[in-house]
Design a binder for this molecule. Structure first.
Ligand code: FES
Length: 104
């Protein structure tokens, strides 16, 4: 499997908790992802909801619930755990988890 490294920014530039979107590739269908900072940890996910395949956010870098404790899909309200990508609430709760990428 080929590994692609992408510089999204400095961790210190992110709010805690906070998110930032990124894309890899060009054209109509680049890979769309986002990172989530929570304390000293940073998690990276594909920007894709398990329910209907929509991007999770409507607003730029807007991926979290109001209290910043979980990932929220803005389309129909699915909730995902930041640390694991597991869907815990909503229509996708039994469908699985976000596609989490490895982050270093
Ligand atoms: S597309 Fe995310 S909850 Fe429906």
């Amino acid at each position: 499997m080929e590994t692609t490294k992408v510089v999204v920014g400095l961790v210190s530039d992110l709010d805690d908790p906070g998110c930032r979107e990124f894309t890899i590739g060009e054209g109509d269908w680049p890979f769309r992802g986002f990172i989530v900072r929570q304390g000293d940890e940073v998690y990276a996910y594909q920007n894709f909801c398990m329910h209907a395949g929509h991007p999770l956010n409507w607003k730029p870098d807007g991926f979290l619930t109001g209290d910043g404790s979980q990932i929220l899909c803005s389309s129909h309200g699915a909730i995902y755990v930041i640390e694991s990508g597991e869907c815990v609430t909503g229509t996708t709760a039994r469908a699985g988890s976000c596609d989490r990428s490895r982050w270093k």
